[in-house]
Design a protein around this ligand. Structure first.
Ligand code: SF4
Length: 374
């Protein structure tokens, strides 16, 4: 915050660049946000329920995933696992299958573990307080606040990147150290705003404002319900807040994706239980060496233990590209004819075109299979 701003104080425990919580201002924010949310909220499937389990599922799916993508998974997932007990009783393979293509599969495993905890330890009742929710595997501070406020209408704050951006601008917080979702000032203000009205409405209003109006680039201040209260707008500095982050460089990995083939079928391999795409199905992947389009039979044998004859790759084709959060895979699909009549080794299975193993198939696998015509 800049010196000389109106109605601003400092608070013990905060750096001098952040604003003291002002209940009157929090109340003004709440008064502006509530009616705006009622009139302008998007009609999203998870907003039609107060069932805490359904809201929990939606919040986990929405982590690092776009709303439009989640919409197509949320309803199917709940049809398959309509309550905590059903999810707790399911095996991991069927949970991963329902999550296939949504990415960040660790979330699905933790949601599954969380459901087993709630079912086994809490009699199937999703807790109502943020404190109790945080004891559930996979539920962190933000998700606990989201479930407690949205499902149970409790003034438990929640701050994600969207909410942090809104609050940083409303309060004109110009120190990057206090602009992020973990900054104490945001959690304090979010609680004060939720306490000033219906927590269920205001929590969603803060998120919605960040997602649809107070966007990272070109915030639409003319349509904003809090524009008259916004310190960054008053100072004309809304596009400078938050300060741009230094991007951490993604590492690029070049791999061969080898379709080991026999009589029109190819071998799929289940990945190890730890690490990237853990326990999901993929083709055998080998680090690409020497800038070649395809590996040698000896390299495939060394990596998989399977003896192959000819290996074919398309020298003209662009690699399949897949972006993870901090890593990019460039994959060169190729086919290798197996020697003899091989039974699928443990952890592998033969599939024909259009067939898929039960269990999770990540999107990157689907991309490779599509390229290979499977
Ligand atoms: S006035 Fe503009 S910068 Fe301020 S909260 Fe609204 S959209 Fe964001």
């Amino acid at each position: 915050m800049r010196a000389g701003r109106v109605g601003v104080g400092l608070v013990l425990g905060y750096s001098p660049c952040v604003r003291e919580i002002d209940p009157a201002l929090a109340r003004d924010f709440a008064r502006a946000l509530g009616p705006w949310f009622a009139a302008h909220q998007r009609d999203l499937e998870w907003r039609r329920t107060r069932d805490p389990y359904s809201i929990w599922v939606s919040e986990i799916m929405l982590q690092q995933t776009r709303v439009d993508t989640v919409r197509s998974y949320y309803t199917d997932f709940l049809r398959r696992f309509p309550d905590v007990g059903t999810l707790a009783a399911a095996d991991e393979e069927s949970v991963l299958q329902a999550w296939s293509g949504l990415g960040y599969y660790r979330r699905a495993r933790l949601l599954h573990r969380g459901a087993r905890y709630v079912h086994g330890e809490l009699g199937g009742e999703v807790p109502a307080t943020a404190e109790a929710l945080r004891k559930v595997p996979g539920i962190g501070r933000y998700t606990a606040g989201a479930i407690a406020s949205i499902a149970f209408d409790r003034p438990e704050p929640l701050v994600d990147g969207n909410v942090a951006r809104v609050l940083s601008r409303l309060l004109d917080i110009d120190d990057p150290k206090h602009q992020g979702a973990d900054a104490a000032v945001h959690w304090g203000w979010a609680r004060a705003i939720l306490e000033a009205g219906s927590p269920r409405v205001l929590a969603q209003a803060l998120m919605e404002l960040g997602a649809t109006v107070c966007t990272p680039q070109n915030p639409r201040c003319d349509e904003c319900p809090t524009r008259a209260l916004c310190s960054a707008k008053a100072a004309g500095r809304q596009s400078l807040i938050p300060a741009p982050k230094k991007k951490s460089a993604s590492t690029e990995h070049e791999l061969w994706a080898v379709a080991i083939a026999r009589r029109g079928r190819i071998l799929m391999e289940r990945r190890p239980a730890q690490g990237l795409l853990a326990s999901l199905w993929c083709l055998p992947l080998l680090p690409r060496a020497g800038g070649r389009t395809r590996p040698r039979p000896a390299e495939i044998r060394a990596a998989t233990g399977i003896q192959v004859r000819t290996v074919k790759g398309d020298a003209e084709a662009e690699p399949v590209r897949h972006v993870f959060s901090h890593r990019v895979w460039k994959l060169w699909p190729c086919t290798a004819a197996v020697v003899g009549d091989l039974e699928a080794p443990p952890g592998m299975m033969w599939i024909a075109a259009g067939e898929r193993p039960s269990g999770g198939i990540p999107r990157v696998t689907e991309k490779i299979l599509a390229r290979l015509g499977y």
